[in-house]
Ligand binder design. Structure first.
Ligand SMILES: NC(=O)c1ccc[n+]([C@@H]2O[C@H](COP(=O)([O-])OP(=O)(O)OC[C@H]3O[C@@H](n4cnc5c(N)ncnc54)[C@H](O)[C@@H]3O)[C@@H](O)[C@H]2O)c1
Length: 280
């Protein structure tokens, strides 16, 4: 693989594009919003400068890395890509429509990988005529820092596709871990009930957020407590994933805490809105 198209130039798309270009790939970055693409260039440039300052990158390499990324609102830019990595909004109908468009534009041999946090890979693959070349490639935020890529096989993903994506993730300096396609995969299936239970503990007055987070930092050696992490991920995103788990398994154990619903309705979404379990 030499050419990677990244669809969606938000938080994750920029991170994926940056890491792919840093590891020598030619990157085509596509977003529907022209303003987002302008910001993405600046965002990637700032992130690369920061890494150069820290000594993680040679300063002289920064220019060449940026030159390997071309950006456009035209999906035609993805036409010749060997693999397309999609990181658009976490909305099934938006993702299906995006993949249908790409299926008509891209070469038959191109692999399609979605960075979805929770939507079924098998269901998204059914929007295309290439379910055997469709896979989940779940990067973590911030992409330049986090080592894990959860590689998720859909029901019809071929061994060859899985092997190619595993090799690609490794070339991008990441550690791929293969899992199967069930709601929340492994990461969010295990993490979200932990976060939800921590929120229930606040709701029931068991302890204050600070105390709960300290328990996990000092007692379990977590680098940050579950409520700090929930604020970082976004409380709306946590609620959305819990709803996917609840619906996907039909099991009440995933029911979102009423306090979480109330905070999201009140616009307290965590770090990005200035308030969640903590003030920013
Ligand atoms: N943010 C995280 O921590 C995180 C972690 C892992 C996975 N994810 C997943 O990554 C994906 C993207 O998340 P994000 O946080 O980067 O979102 P974001 O809102 O920052 O970015 C999404 C981008 O997609 C663009 N977009 C929307 N529809 C499009 C389309 N049809 N074609 C092209 N671009 C389109 C938007 O303009 C926006 O720039 C989601 O599926 C999310 O679940 C997010």
């Amino acid at each position: 693989m030499q050419s990677i198209a990244v669809i969606g130039a938000g938080t994750m798309g920029c991170g994926i594009a940056q890491v792919a270009a840093t590891t020598g790939f030619s990157v085509k970055l596509v977003d529907v919003a022209p303003g987002v693409l302008e910001k993405s260039g600046q965002r990637i440039s700032e992130s690369l400068q920061r890494l150069a300052k820290k000594g993680v990158l040679e300063t002289s390499a920064v220019d060449a890395i940026q030159k390997r990324i071309s950006a456009s609102t035209d999906f035609g830019l993805a036409r010749d890509a060997d693999i397309v990595i999609e990181a658009v909004f976490e909305d099934e109908s938006v993702k299906r429509q995006t993949w249908q468009n790409l299926d008509a534009i891209c070469g038959d041999k191109a692999i399609f990988a979605t960075n979805t946090s929770s939507i079924s890979i098998t269901q998204l693959a059914s929007a295309t005529k290439r379910p055997e070349r469709f896979i989940g490639m779940h990067f973590f935020n911030p992409v330049p820092v986090m080592k894990l890529v959860e590689v998720i096989r859909g029901n019809r993903t071929s061994d060859a596709t899985c092997a190619s994506v595993t090799e690609l993730a490794t070339k991008m300096g990441k550690t791929p871990i293969e899992v199967n396609d069930y709601p929340g995969f492994v990461s969010n299936r295990v993490l979200m009930p932990l976060i939800n239970e921590a929120i229930f503990a606040v709701y029931e007055g068991v302890a204050k957020p600070e105390a709960i987070d300290e328990v996990f930092k000092l007692g379990m050696a977590h680098p940050m407590g579950p409520l700090t992490l929930a604020d970082f991920i976004g409380l709306d995103v946590c609620l959305n994933i819990l709803e996917v788990l609840q619906k996907g398994f039909g099991d009440p154990k995933y029911r979102p805490c009423p306090l979480l619903r109330q905070m999201v309705a009140a616009g307290k979404l965590g770090r990005k809105s200035g308030q969640g379990f903590y003030k920013y």
